[in-house]
Design a protein around this ligand. Structure first.
Ligand code: NAG
Ligand code: NAG
Length: 395
């Protein structure tokens, strides 16, 4: 009995000591120290996310390595000497997440001009491409990663296309971004001449520039658009600062035709990308179109004189729904439509148009020889083009 009572007493004593340790300020702070970080770890898993998905780190690491290689390669090659050996080419960069429904039309467009262009395709890995690639598209797919609307992944995909095209052929002088819903509005000859014989930028920024051709990029750059502020704060109120103050934030169509030096500028950029790669806030999802801002903002900062500020890809925004432009359907296709789509309010002619539903292929092919690829008049001075590029430019 005595033994038991003593044992009980000891147990009671030990328990008291433990309680004292537990209630000591040391333990309280220790507990807090552990639980606060735990809260940070657990909270994002419990609470709904405040932002749209981020770009996976692995994609970013891969891209960085690719863009470094492309920057290095274009610093070494791609100079005037290489270009003299081959006529300048246009890189047609197809950005798609579905079949290239108009491949047959593009084949007709490309036929006979193999020395003057290259094709590159970035197809979303989840896209089910059912059509077998036709000759111009076969083997022209670059390593692609997942893309999504309302996310900077569309910028990444365009930069991957630029990097691939820069490294692949130093003769690539212009880089045209095309989607699977785009169609050509003119013949290849017309398109090539329109792009390559366009006047250069007027003022070279440094003395060496006088010796070099300073080709201009055809990229839309707009400011003062009504919803620009909403687009600017889509990642958070001060998220773009200090690199991009609102006054320097621009908007424009994602569909551009860039001069080579601007392709290098974009592939080399890390400063603005750091901002534009941030995911939009979920609450501002409707204002999330980073691909319409990154390219015009960057080029306006780097070389405003070197950009036309307009796009050569026609799009119809009348009655647009959910950020999608009007999609043309077969009954709308006519020679008259093609001619209307070519016209701009300026001296230039639109070269490409979007968006067309896949079943427009048949009616478009019916018009290809009689309208689309028939050049009514050349607004361009061919003899001047020959003087600049020699006989090889005689397409
Ligand atoms: C633009 O789309 C609207 C319908 O959204 C259509 O009525 C109009 O004819 C289209 N304009 C052109 C030039 O195709
Ligand atoms: C040309 O300008 C008029 C009037 O500003 C406008 O309604 C029309 O949509 C413009 N056309 C093109 C092709 O931009």
């Amino acid at each position: 009995m005595v033994v038991t009572a003593r044992a009980l007493w000891r147990i009671w004593e030990q328990g008291r000591e433990r309680t004292m340790i537990l209630s000591s300020p040391f333990l309280v702070s220790f507990f807090l120290l552990v639980s606060v970080p735990m809260l940070f770890v657990l909270a994002p898993r419990i609470l709904p996310p405040k932002t749209l998905p981020r770009i996976p780190d692995r994609d970013e690491v891969d891209d960085l390595a690719l863009f470094r290689r492309a920057t290095l390669a274009s610093a070494e090659g791609g100079g005037l000497r290489r270009r003299a050996a081959s006529p300048p080419k246009i890189a047609f960069m197809f950005l798609t997440n579905s079949d290239l429904s108009f491949a047959a039309l593009w084949e007709q467009f490309f036929r006979g001009h193999e020395r003057l262009f290259n094709v590159y395709i970035h197809a979303d890995p989840s896209a089910r491409l059912l059509l077998t690639p036709t000759p111009s598209f076969r083997g022209r797919f670059i390593p692609a990663k997942a893309t999504q609307r309302g996310s900077p992944t569309l910028i990444s995909a365009a930069r991957r296309l630029l990097a691939g095209a820069l490294m692949d052929d130093p003769a690539n002088a212009f880089f045209a971004l095309i989607s699977q819903h785009c169609i050509p509005l003119h013949s290849f000859r017309f398109t090539y001449r329109a792009i390559l014989s366009a006047p250069d930028a007027s003022k070279p920024t440094h003395p060496e520039g006088a010796l070099r051709r300073r080709r201009r990029s055809f990229i839309e750059i707009l400011t003062g658009e009504p919803a620009l502020w909403d687009r600017y704060v889509a990642r958070g109120d001060d998220a773009m600062l200090p690199e991009v103050p609102f006054g320097r934030f621009r908007v424009g169509s994602q569909f551009f035709i860039l001069a080579r030096r601007h392709a290098v500028t974009i592939v080399r950029d890390r400063r603005l990308w750091k901002k534009f790669k941030m995911p939009c806030l979920k609450s501002r999802e409707d204002s999330c179109y980073p691909e319409e801002h990154y390219f015009p903002t960057l080029l306006e900062m780097q070389d405003p004189e070197g950009c036309t500020r307009y796009t050569l890809t026609r799009v119809n925004w009348t009655d647009s729904v959910g950020g999608h432009p009007h999609t043309y359907r077969p009954p709308e296709i006519s020679g008259k439509l093609i001619k209307t789509l070519r016209k701009s309010n300026s001296t230039y002619s639109y070269l490409f148009a979007r968006k067309f539903s896949p079943d427009c292929l048949r009616p478009l092919l019916d018009l290809s020889h009689s309208v689309i690829f028939r050049d009514e008049c050349s607004i361009l001075d061919v003899s001047r083009l020959r003087k600049v590029y020699g006989a090889e430019a005689n397409v």
